[in-house]
Design a protein around this ligand. Structure first.
Ligand code: ADP
Ligand code: MG
Length: 151
């Protein structure tokens, strides 16, 4: 199951993130796309819609940033600088994944072999001055998320 959206500017990207926040309660979400494709912007839209007031920056050096929000626990990963996927064991990836948390993972390709199959795969492409977002559901719970997301 798949849906796609054209997001004309950053405001549209944040708004779609807020839509996602309404329907994504827990599970694993992969965000794919080149540097500058808008992955972190989408994550910011999700996390701020859940009540986080401050900045949302890519945790490029720390690999993961926790957001313990009123309604949910969100862990934002950026694996861009992960040298070896085995490092995920040292940061305790399994503990994050076992909780009833929402894990948003940028650059999941870098963690190959140490990450589960995602519930939802978000792929971003630059298109003219905006972004094309493709949302794919890969599990039953991912399909339920996509069904509830407005077209
Ligand atoms: P990534 O995390 O994929 O490297 P960022 O989220 O940091 O990318 O975004 C890179 C730039 O793209 C930012 O300047 C952001 O404002 C811009 N941007 C994000 N979404 C859109 C959009 N839908 N249209 C135009 N620019 C966007
Ligand atoms: Mg980023």
């Amino acid at each position: 199951m798949k849906k796609s959206y054209f997001l004309a500017d950053e405001a549209a990207q944040l708004a779609l993130g807020a839509q996602l926040a309404n329907v994504l309660h827990q599970g694993v979400v992969f965000l794919e796309g080149d540097l500058g494709a808008g992955k972190t912007t989408l994550v910011r839209g999700i996390i701020q819609a859940l009540g986080h007031q401050g900045a949302v920056k890519s945790p490029t050096y720390t690999l993961v940033e926790p957001y313990l929000l009123a309604e949910r626990q969100v862990y934002h990963f950026d694996l861009y600088r992960l040298a070896d996927p085995e490092e995920l064991e040292y940061i305790g990836i399994r503990d994050y994944l076992q909780q009833e948390a929402l894990c948003l993972i940028e650059w999941p390709q870098k963690g190959q072999g140490f990450l589960p199959q995602p519930d939802v795969l978000l792929t971003l492409h630059v298109q003219s001055s905006g972004r094309l977002l493709e949302i794919q559901a890969l599990t039953e719970s991912g399909r339920s998320v996509l069904t509830h997301l407005m077209d």
